[in-house]
Design a protein around this ligand. Structure first.
Ligand code: SF4
Length: 428
């Protein structure tokens, strides 16, 4: 008996349209722990050597872990693994929310997508009923709008992951969005999903997860939950979310500023967790079973949108790194990145890099399509996010990531392209 697991691996070949399941192998569960372990195992044993990350041979492996869907707090993450189109290496992105538990309740420990659908589709999973459904009417729509449409169509209890135009158009740092604002952000997992013509995945399940000793498990989980609830550190975390570290990051000189040319931003205090809480946050929002929800649901009146966040990384890269100092502008940039399906970390990096190129005269108005790409110009950030997602003009170059863009722009710009092995830096 494999306690804690859904019990099955679901395989979907999008080229042939075939769907199959196999029992989860206890030997794999023993050696490769959690969703990330499963993702790594399947990627390294099944991906053909030299596979094109954007080709049909790449795998998109979606895996909860053995604690997902149980009472244990902090087990609300879902791992998404593939070969990264951004780095050519391993990509392991994780997303919080409710989908990880739902996949377990449907009875699966991994969903493995391979091949490429001949037309846009979405994956429908309702326990054992699995279908590849037409998504032609959803293609071209934003991530957030797509989730809303599918919730209305299928029912609120379905948990849904989507891509936006960025993923459809093969932006190398496109993300996968779930729960109206949670992202599997890094490494281009959304680009791989888009390369397979998969717009969304919708899952509902109502099976049980077996544990070996229910009473002991419940007791241990309750103790963990209480410890989290009683922790003063986590109370600060809950009030401000990850944005609670913005002030600290700036004070120690680690806040990405003007394409990482500085670690301190004048006006940073306007982006602090405290200001964010006071000005835009409406309520808290958390992943499955989380005792200290760090997600913040915000109303951005200046731009007329509601958005989850911005959390620290988005504030750091779309805010500080681009020298924006109005939390409502940063929150709106975050909203655009979410709906367009772009990783806000990489997107902020490439825009900040382009801003530095512009200020140094490496890029001109002719290159930017007339956009004055100076640090602190919020409208320029909004415009560039759209250009990147739709690969318009200079956006087509930036959509390949900062390493590629510096190779195209040249003129010494490689020296301030902030990346490691093709991956843009995060906010610490
Ligand atoms: S809401 Fe925040 S703290 Fe809670 S599980 Fe999700 S990411 Fe972690």
């Amino acid at each position: 008996m494999l306690y804690g697991y859904g019990g099955n691996i679901l395989r979907i070949d999008l080229t042939s349209g075939s769907v199959s399941t196999e029992p989860t192998d206890p030997k794999i569960a023993e050696k490769f722990l959690g969703g990330r372990g499963f993702g790594i195992y399947f990627l390294f044993t099944e991906l053909p050597r030299g596979a094109d990350p954007m080709g049909p041979d790449n795998l998109l492996i979606i895996s909860p872990g053995p604690l997902s869907g149980t009472l244990v707090p902090g087990a609300g993450k879902l791992d998404i693994t593939c070969k990264s189109p951004l780095t050519g290496g391993y990509a392991g992105a994780n997303v919080g929310g409710l989908l990880t538990a739902e996949i377990k309740y449907a009875g699966y420990d991994s969903i493995i997508l391979k091949g490429k659908a001949p037309k846009p589709v979405y994956i429908f999973v309702d326990n054992d009923k699995v279908e590849i459904r037409d998504a032609s009417d959803l293609w071209g729509k934003g991530s957030l709008e797509t989730e809303k449409i599918l919730k209305d169509r299928l029912g609120e209890e379905f948990q849904i992951a989507t891509i936006g135009p960025g993923g459809e158009n093969g932006v190398k740092f496109a993300c996968i969005t779930h729960d109206f604002g949670r992202q599997a952000g890094r490494g281009g997992v959304g680009a791989v999903m888009g390369s397979k013509n998969v717009k969304a995945i919708a899952v509902r399940g109502n099976k049980s997860i077996l544990v070996a000793d229910v009473q002991a498990f419940r007791k241990a989980a309750r103790a963990m939950y209480k410890a989290c609830k009683d922790s003063s550190g986590l109370q600060v975390w809950q009030r401000y979310g990850t944005a609670g570290v913005t002030t600290w990051s700036n004070e120690i000189g680690a806040f990405p500023t003007r394409n990482f040319s500085s670690g301190q931003l004048e006006g940073y205090e306007n982006l602090s967790g405290e200001v964010m809480r006071e000005k835009i946050v409406i309520t808290d929002k958390g992943c499955f079973g989380c005792p200290s929800p760090c997600g913040k649901w915000s109303h951005v009146k200046k731009h007329g949108v509601r958005v989850e966040g911005p959390e620290y990384e988005s504030t750091a890269l779309l805010g500080g790194d681009c020298a924006l100092t109005d939390i409502e502008d940063v929150a709106y940039a975050n909203y655009l990145a979410d709906d367009l399906g772009l990783d806000s970390i990489s997107a902020g990096n490439v825009i900040a890099f382009a801003m530095e190129c512009y200020e140094r005269g490496i890029l001109t108005d002719k290159d930017t399509g007339g956009i004055r790409l100076t640090f602190g110009n919020a409208e320029a950030v909004f415009a560039m996010l759209k250009k990147i997602a739709y690969r318009e003009g200079i956006g087509a170059i930036l959509a390949e990531g900062v390493k590629h863009a510096s190779g195209v722009f040249g003129k010494g710009s490689e020296a301030f392209a902030i990346q490691a092995k093709g991956m843009e830096f995060s906010g610490y």
